[in-house]
Design a protein around this ligand. Structure first.
Ligand SMILES: Cc1ncc(CO)c(N)n1
Length: 230
């Protein structure tokens, strides 16, 4: 039996993904001491990130070569807009932020760079590029969620518990596994030079994931505050 493409990808991205767990934002979330203002920044940025991420699933559905892939993307689109983004809307209500205000968040530099990169590689390639672009997102959050769920009291934390519960849930795990299955299926008939290109997309998006945690930790927007502009 051929080894799975995701086994090869895992070897490549493992050091990057391990570093997420050492990141103060992720550590603070899992251990329960994360500053709520930093979390609020993540939540707002992640909401506008997820809008563009949803667009990728719609693109994947449009680019699909078969009904099974089209259906999987449609399901990922629906679940992101409902299940995953409900988490953000629930947190927003705790900060007295409405769904409308959340949607109107201005994307920070890293959010813009990350979503622009994913949409660019997806638009200039076939459905395999779209699958590669979304893989690290779903898979790494599930990876983090499942590890944090094993940390003492992380699942029961009065504020961050629902974050850990959602990203470690069976429902979210199924979505991440759908992405894993999609890339393994499409990688099967691809020559090495095409696999290397897909691998590069997964590595780049894994770096962007790290940058996104950093952006949240630093509550970063753009280099010069927009209040300084006319
Ligand atoms: C930045 C980022 N990556 C991945 C996910 C998981 O969908 C998310 N919510 N946000």
């Amino acid at each position: 039996m051929q080894p799975l493409f995701t086994d090869r990808l895992w070897k490549k991205v493992e050091p990057i993904w391990k570093s997420y767990l050492e990141h103060p934002f992720v550590k603070g979330l899992g251990e329960g001491w994360l500053d709520k203002e930093k979390f609020k920044h993540w939540m707002k940025q992640d909401y506008v990130y997820l809008i563009e991420y949803s667009r990728l699933f719609a693109l994947g559905s449009a680019k699909a070569n078969d009904l099974t892939t089209m259906t999987t993307f449609a399901n990922l689109l629906h679940s992101t807009l409902h299940m995953e983004m409900d988490l953000h809307r629930n947190y927003a209500s705790k900060f007295s932020i409405t769904a409308q205000e959340l949607e109107e968040t201005e994307a920070a530099a890293t959010t813009t760079a990350y979503t622009s990169y994913m949409l660019n590689v997806s638009q200039r390639g076939g459905v395999e590029n779209t699958i590669a672009a979304v893989l690290a997102c779903a898979w790494s959050y599930n990876y983090i969620g499942k590890i944090l769920a094993t940390w003492p009291n992380a699942l029961e934390h009065e504020f961050y518990g629902s974050w850990v519960q959602m990203y470690s849930s069976d429902e979210f795990t199924a979505l991440a596994n759908d992405c894993i299955d999609l890339i393994n299926a499409i990688a099967k008939d691809k020559p090495e030079h095409e696999l290397a290109l897909l691998e590069d997309i997964v590595v780049k998006t894994s770096y962007f994931e790290y940058m996104f945690w950093d952006m949240a930790e630093n509550q970063a927007m753009w280099p010069i505050p927009s209040t300084a502009l006319v």
